[in-house]
Ligand binder design. Structure first.
Ligand code: DHB
Length: 488
């Protein structure tokens, strides 16, 4: 019998965490090309024994007909804005449907987030998903897959996670923090299985990570647009300047290297960004995209095939002026980029966040951001998570964030775990950030990709041409890469 599993309401968790292979429900999805993909669905699989929020702490599993024990597992999450995500069903129009059509087992976990609440005894909201709980939920889901690997089709040793933005951060965290003991006590408390939680590959679209340095990164990159394309108050300009000055020391502390071994530092970093933008634009141009002259790129002269005529003599005709309205012909090759012009173009497409872009609460007239909420507590507080913003907001130049908040911030940043010998870092990474995505500075995903490369990981990274803040695009490219890492 084939029927839609979408109508099944979320069941309350039973005691004990189980998987019963005989409880699958047949379903099918029709792909945009008309292909019908049949699957067996297992829904409402609670992955911890101490379920705090039954709306989110379970997952749905979809096993295509072709699957066996060796089939890789594709695990997208739908976390956005650090908010909670309910487990979803297969969507023919996104990466979940495509993964199923490619023959992969698809696991869609839910995760608590900064906005998830349950009612307490006194009727008051208890916030269930503040940092690092979304990550813990996803880790618990992975441990569930490992625990039931023999009972369930699919190979839990080949898990490929996927997410966008805050969900991209989750995917990056899963990739960087595999089996790291820093999370152990929390996972135990939740009743997660005592299993490994490292993964095979992480697909990360525009990951919003490195939150403790993201404000400085943003101003270091974009302060050249202040009061040109980015209107700011005097106080905000001052904050922008101060934050921007913090970033070079951090960049230098990373000790990153280009692929040819050249050290990357605050002096040559802008050139590094430029080279990645040029590479992105050139690839798009080679594939037929039109790159406007007005956004900062320069091009070689038009390559004209000019056979010698009249025995090599110059033609006598006077050079004709370009007719009115005809665009100047562009050469095939990009030869340079005026980065300030380009950044002002990015800002003109989507206005920037005001400084500070992330830890904004109480600074230069700004309210709390989603990130301020993320580091808040179960009562729903919003807190500063950098010394800089805390000092500005409190007026106390000696204030420091508490060790508890500092630990939460550490746990939510994959950059802290890539070189940690206690982590089993995923060997394969696919990282994309749009060339006009201004939700975080370009240097944030670039640092992630470069650090991973420098640690010897297999990294496929691009500033994807003309993409805004978005994810799961260019699925042919993405699934082509997945086939490659699987040796298919
Ligand atoms: C997301 C976007 C942001 O700009 C941000 O600060 C955090 C999360 C998102 O789209 O998930």
């Amino acid at each position: 019998m084939v029927f839609s599993v979408c109508a099944i309401a979320a069941a309350k968790p039973t005691s004990g965490v189980v998987f019963d292979a005989s409880k699958g429900v047949a379903g099918s999805v029709t792909m945009p090309n008309g292909e019908i993909v049949n699957y067996t669905a297992y829904t409402n699989l609670y992955y911890v024994t101490n379920v705090e929020d039954s709306t989110y702490q379970y997952m749905n599993v979809f096993i295509p007909e072709s699957a066996d024990q060796s089939t890789p597992i594709f695990m997208p999450n739908y976390v956005g804005g650090y908010m909670a995500a309910e487990p979803r069903f297969i969507d023919a129009g996104d990466a979940s449907g495509r993964a199923l059509a490619e023959g992969y087992v698809v696991v869609i976990p839910g995760a608590r987030g900064r906005n998830s609440v349950v009612k307490g005894e006194n009727g008051k909201d208890i916030y269930t998903g503040r940092a690092p709980k979304a990550l813990l939920d996803l880790k618990a889901g992975i441990r569930y897959l490992r625990h039931f690997d023999k009972e369930m089709l699919g190979n839990a040793e080949i898990i490929i996670t996927d997410g966008t933005s805050a969900g991209g951060a989750m995917s990056a965290l899963l990739g960087a923090t595999g089996n790291n003991p820093s999370y152990e006590k929390y996972l135990k408390e939740m009743g997660a299985f005592d299993e490994r939680d490292d993964i095979f590959a992480a697909v990360c679209f525009c990951p919003i990570i490195d939150l403790e340095h993201a404000d400085a990164a943003y101003e270091w990159l974009y302060s050249c647009t202040n009061n040109i394309t980015r209107p700011l108050s005097e106080e905000q300009v001052q904050v922008s300047k101060e934050l921007s000055l913090q970033y070079p020391a951090y960049l230098n502390s990373l000790n990153l290297k280009m692929q040819d071994g050249t050290p990357i530092n605050s002096e040559n970093y802008l050139d590094y960004i430029k080279s990645l933008l040029i590479k992105s634009a050139q690839e798009a141009k080679d594939n037929g995209a039109e790159i406007p002259d007005s956004i900062g790129f320069s091009f070689n002269n038009r390559a004209i095939f000019a056979p010698p005529i009249n025995g090599g003599e110059k033609p006598k005709r006077a050079k004709r002026p370009r007719p009115m309205g005809m665009p100047k012909m562009q050469g095939e090759y990009i030869t340079g980029l005026d980065i300030n012009k380009y950044l002002n173009y990015v800002v003109s497409v989507t206005p920037l966040k005001t400084p500070p872009a992330f830890d904004s609460q109480g600074v230069a007239g700004s309210r709390a951001s989603g990130e301020n909420e993320e580091f808040g507590n179960e009562k729903g507080s919003s807190v500063n998570f950098t010394d800089y913003s805390l000092q500005k907001a409190s007026g106390d130049a000696n204030a420091h964030i508490s060790p508890e908040i500092a630990e939460l911030v550490r746990l939510m940043n994959p950059m802290n775990f890539i070189s940690d010998t206690n982590s089993n870092v995923a060997p394969h990474w696919y990282i994309r950030h749009g060339s006009k995505d201004r939700d975080t500075a370009f240097s944030v995903p670039i640092n992630l990709a470069t650090k991973l490369q420098n640690e010897g990981k297999d990294v496929n990274f691009k500033l994807a041409w003309n993409r805004p803040h978005s994810g799961d695009y260019a699925l042919n490219e993405m699934f082509g890469w997945i086939k490659l890492i699987l040796g298919e």
